[in-house]
Design a protein around this ligand. Structure first.
Ligand code: ATP
Ligand code: MG
Length: 198
């Protein structure tokens, strides 16, 4: 073995020891709260990817979409066909027409359904897509959302997506990832694309 190869092997061995020690330390088994936030593209995609992962294991999943009710959405069509329950704001929040009363009513309607999912021990995973806007704009009560997530069944996991996640949601979460935009096609005048953006 060459010297370089030997040094590489020793370094890798040290990395492996550290990783093994961490794996051995992680013994707690329970559901987690995952937040995907930030201004870059990929938050909802990753949220739906997590649902697809759970569905692949035969788990029981629900998705709440707090925006984009009437929009086409490839993952909704796919996952609904695999038994995932969707709770969608039929009317209400869009970027163009912000009518606080109508939006609040629409958000509350979805929230009533979400609360049942968050209280059901038979549910493995709940995706709350774009819920950060609902609490930031006061359409949903932040205390109530935090409480319902904190009180969920022990084995249930929750994924939250949306920009500017509130500090209290981040405190509650076990994993928080921020997607940072380095570049986006839209900035170069390229239209949002079916299969890529929705
Ligand atoms: P996606 O649904 O593609 O995973 P996202 O959930 O991270 O995106 P949102 O803020 O929910 O991002 O925005 C949804 C739409 O806006 C998508 O069509 C996405 O391509 C587009 N988008 C996301 N980030 C940016 C950005 N930095 N600039 C312009 N458009 C963006
Ligand atoms: Mg999104």
């Amino acid at each position: 073995m060459t010297d370089t190869n030997q040094r590489h092997k020793e370094r890798q061995q040290k990395v492996k020891e550290k990783v093994d020690a961490k794996v051995a330390q992680a013994q707690e088994e329970r559901g987690v709260v995952l937040i995907l936030t930030g201004n870059g593209k990929g938050k909802s995609t990753a949220g739906f990817g997590t649902v697809a992962r759970a569905v692949g294991h035969g788990q029981n999943c629900a998705v709440a979409q707090f925006i984009k009710g009437n929009w086409a959405c490839g993952e909704r069509d796919l996952l609904a066909g695999h038994g995932v329950r969707f709770h969608v704001m039929a009317t209400g929040f869009t970027w163009e027409t912000q009518d606080k009363e109508a939006d609040t009513a629409a958000a509350q309607e979805v929230w009533q359904q979400v609360k049942q999912e968050l209280a059901d021990p038979a549910v493995d995973l709940v995706l709350l897509d774009e819920i950060t806007y609902m609490t930031n704009y006061g359409y949903l009560d932040l205390d109530e959302v935090v409480q319902a997530i904190a009180d969920r069944p022990r084995e249930q996991s929750v994924v939250i997506t949306g920009r500017a996640a509130h500090r209290r949601l981040e405190e509650l979460a076990d994993t928080v990832s921020e997607v940072r935009p380095l570049k986006h096609a839209f900035e170069a005048g390229i239209k949002a694309r079916k299969g890529v953006d929705w």
